[in-house]
Design a protein around this ligand. Structure first.
Ligand code: ADP
Length: 450
């Protein structure tokens, strides 16, 4: 029994030993797997370190490259800044050395730049005007010495209109009370469609004016001298045509008629030149007196009647019932009407229509309107119609007589009297024709004192 017990104990031990051996084997195997994993991890770590070193090297190279590019860029920026500064200084030097007076303003009209010529012209120093309103420090005036209102001062309004404006009739009075006329060109500065300021170029035109005046005086003198011989030719031609020294045959009459008509044209031209001269020299007198406008117009029409009838024109005249006598210079008003009416007659072909009307325009003005069904005025020449000696191509082609001075004289008279003249001619339409409008102040023309 004891022996049996001893056997079973050793079996148990063997069994346990076997179990232990198996467990040991399992642990060994696990350890082997772990060792393998560790070896793998070590290999991976070795690779990562190598990669890290590679990246570090690459980074170092990139950093070196960046440093070089930065230095190059810095140099380039420096060079560019220098060259920009140089060209800015050059541009400013060019601007400041322009022979004409130059002023640059911002969009509000404050002066930014003034060049040496403008400083000299206006008798102002750059430091005293830069940053200040142009209209305050450079007040402009008209020929008569009156300040030009803000709205009428194109030099100020040019930046708001975004188009250049030229106006030759501005004056400036320096602090030492010397005054000079100037030609001004005001141009807006536009950036991306927005007006950001204005450039004004000024030129002292005292000398040009003096030359102009001398020329006008010469024309006036020459015209006066021409009048006498022309009157003599006129007088003798009339006598001959009237048969005072014997009857002329048809051919002689025809030739003499031509002499007489050419002489008449010459008289008209000389008279027109004299009118222009006295308008420009400023000796044109306005002598207002109570004038019956309708009656005066009717007499102008009567004078033109032979030409109206010769061309078979239909003529209508309407004088508004409220148009009464007003203060006007009948001599000047007659000149205005004669010119516009004779143009309508001259530039309307046979069988056409002319309508003349005079009426009140509002409470303050008188409006004269002459519509014809004539040749019209070509669109591309309409802006020149009131300039001296201008005649449009379409009427020159038609061989009508004219001096090109009539409308220039009319406009000067009307504007000197405080009125306005304009026209409409829808040229290109089959029935184009022209309508001239003259507006005159009802409160009467101001008497000129010269
Ligand atoms: P002119 O002596 O040539 O008529 P004006 O100064 O009176 O000179 O007119 C200038 C020009 O204006 C004319 O030559 C003509 O081309 C144009 N004009 C004036 N009035 C008319 C009109 N009613 N119809 C067509 N053209 C006209």
């Amino acid at each position: 029994m004891r022996k049996n017990t001893a056997i079973s104990t050793s079996d148990e031990i063997i069994l346990k030993l076997k179990l232990l051996a198996r467990e040991k084997e399992a642990v060994r195997r696990k350890l082997a797997v772990t060792a393998k994993k560790l070896a793998m991890t070590a290999t991976r770590l070795a690779i990562t370190a190598k990669e890290k070193e590679g990246v570090r090297r690459k980074l170092a190279v990139t950093a070196a490259k960046l440093k070089t590019s930065y230095e190059t860029l810095e140099k380039k920026v420096l060079d560019r800044t220098k060259s920009l500064e140089m060209s800015r200084v050059k541009e400013e030097a060019i601007l400041l050395s322009i022979g004409d007076g130059l002023l640059v303003t911002d969009e509000k009209g404050n002066i930014i730049i003034i060049n040496a010529t403008a400083e000299r012209l206006f008798g102002k120093k750059s430091k005293d005007v830069v940053g200040k309103m142009f209209s305050k420090v450079i007040p402009l005036e008209n020929e008569k010495g009156m300040a030009i209102s803000f709205e009428k001062n194109h030099v100020i309004t040019a930046p708001t209109t975004s188009s250049p404006t030229a106006n030759p009739s501005y004056f400036f009075m320096r602090e030492d009370k010397t005054r000079f006329p100037m030609a001004i060109m005001a141009t807006p500065v536009v950036l991306n469609g927005m007006v950001i300021g204005g450039i004004k170029i000024f030129r002292d035109i005292t000398h040009e004016r003096e030359i102009d005046k001398a020329k006008t005086e010469f024309v006036s003198l020459a015209s006066h001298q021409l009048r006498t011989p022309l009157s003599t030719v006129n007088w003798y031609a009339e006598m001959l045509l009237a048969g005072d020294v014997g009857v002329l045959n048809e051919k002689q009459k025809k030739y003499l008629d031509e002499v007489y008509r050419s002489n008449q044209r010459m008289v008209e031209l000389v008279n027109a030149l004299l009118d222009v001269a006295s308008l420009e020299v400023g000796t044109f007198l306005i002598e207002p007196e109570p004038t019956d406008i309708c009656k005066l117009t009717q007499s102008v029409i009567d004078e033109q009647r032979p030409q109206i009838d010769a061309k078979n024109l239909t003529f209508s005249f309407l004088c508004g019932k409220d148009v009464s006598s007003m203060q006007a210079d009948p001599k000047l008003l007659r000149m205005v009407m004669q010119n516009i009416l004779s143009n309508a007659v001259k530039y309307t072909p046979e069988g056409g229509n002319i309508a003349l009307s005079i009426d009140l325009a509002g409470k303050k003005n008188l409006l004269l309107k002459i519509t014809d069904t004539g040749y019209g005025i070509p669109k591309n020449q309409q802006n020149k119609i009131f300039t001296k000696l201008f005649r449009a191509d379409n009427v020159r082609d038609k061989d009508t007589d004219g001096t090109g001075l009539g409308l220039y004289i009319v406009k000067s008279i009307v504007e000197n009297c405080g009125g306005k003249i304009w026209f409409k001619s829808p040229y290109g339409n089959v029935k184009c024709g022209t309508t001239f409008y003259v507006e005159l102040p009802l409160d009467g023309l101001k008497k000129s004192t010269q």
